[in-house]
Ligand binder design. Sequence first.
Ligand code: NAD
Length: 502
Amino acid sequence: MTTANDLSQLTAKAAAFIGGEKGLFIDGEWRAPRSGETLPVIDPSSGREVGRIAQASADDVDAAVASARRALEDPAWARMKPHQREEIMLRLAELIRAEAPSLAEIETVNSGKLIANTRLFDVDLSVHTLRYMAGWATKLHGETMDLAVPYAPDMRFNGFTRRFPAGVVAAIMPWNVPLCQAVWKLAPVLATGCTVILKPSELTSLTALRLAELCDEAGITPGVVNVVTGTGEVTGKALIEHPGVDKINFTGSTRVGQFIAEQAAPAFKHYNLELGGKSPLIIAEDADLEKAIPGAAWAIYGNSGQNCCAGSRVLIHEKHFDRVVAGVADIAASIRLGPGLDPASMMGPLVGAAHRARVAEHVERARSAGGEVIGGEIVEGDGSYFTPAIVTGLDHGHPTAQQEIFGPVLCAFPFKDDEEALQLANDTAFGLGASIWTRGLATANRYFERLKAGTVWINTHNILDLSLPFGGTKQSGVGFELGREGVMSHTVLRAGVMLVDE
Ligand code: NAD
């Protein structure tokens, strides 16, 4: 099996960008990091270094925040009409669309993901996100009301509200859907007239840097979009602690989310946190197994399980348990692992060797606790490949069944009735996604009402749309991205009162 991407097949544009020199995008220009430090860019399919990115220090972050603050007040941006922001966003969408092939290639080499996946989810969804959010720029309406003011019976007042930009946004992203995450953070900023400092994951920073070039080409006012790269401990921490930041929009692990909430609290910075999950996929007694079995397999094995909503716990009515486990195991065995650039690959490598070691450790812990594991092997070689796994016979309280693994590891549990299924489904610290597979409308409604999750799918899993708010409950997060809620969270409301007559 060829496990390394064949980099000679890259478009010239992608190859030049991956290997080229990269700085920090601050105030509309490229700057070298003050420390001169850089970090490697690794292709997970080969473990080889293919480029380098800048390591931004606290000083660089300070310059980026200062630039975003200036841009917030810059009349060129602050007084720009909503329809003009809309036009700029549509222009940016068009530039991304035109660059789709090379952007997808860059993402695939940097993240290990399949080229079809980076094209559909990272690039195309980014284009749709900008188009959808562009429409909101002209629809940031307030309200008007006829005020009662009971203590001033002889006076009349009009009340009204207006929305203003939330200010300077610090946006920190994970590595699993890099470009799409960057655009999910950027688009509401542009729609509402905020400014932003984007901090991509140090593992997958390339497409955010390319996005900065495209923002420049789209004519976005200098300083409105800044991109700083570097580690979470240095660059990310400096960013969230910075007093010049008004709002933090974070997607990543629950551990870092908790740290951010603590840092933001004393200054009452606004934040939304999109965190981890351990999402249940429930196969009811009356489910259509022809659909539910592949549904369960791809809910966890898609993107190598590196998906915050991955259906990592499958709860199966006891009548169907053996058939579903065997069906999922068959699909897992048929998955062809290979490099993301090879269109025949069905699953790419994990994002890196350190992450794969963590995933493998979870599987080992399950084995030593008496769990039966099918698959779940490290593939020898230079790339960080790991075969898809299904684990049965574990106690539901075991860490492998409770903690987020973020890899292709599915834990399966039987249940007797709806009560037990709901109890197991909600028996986790997380509450991001959940799905119920059933032919019955009443069953679907019952589960929808009682599943504690930000999104509940019925006979499907992992379907997101820009018009739907996306967020989690419990330790899966606070607030929402996308939809109306995601836009409005980038605004602050101001109430107005006008004396009409005395
Ligand atoms: P992570 O929390 O380790 O890192 C996320 C980002 O935070 C990175 O850019 C990192 O550099 C930065 N960071 C790390 N430490 C920091 C600190 N002390 N201060 C500021 N920034 C810091 O997560 P990850 O491993 O990159 O991504 C995987 C996680 O992301 C999983 O838990 C997954 O569930 C979650 N995720 C959630 C969603 C969602 O929408 N809910 C979507 C995708 C991924």
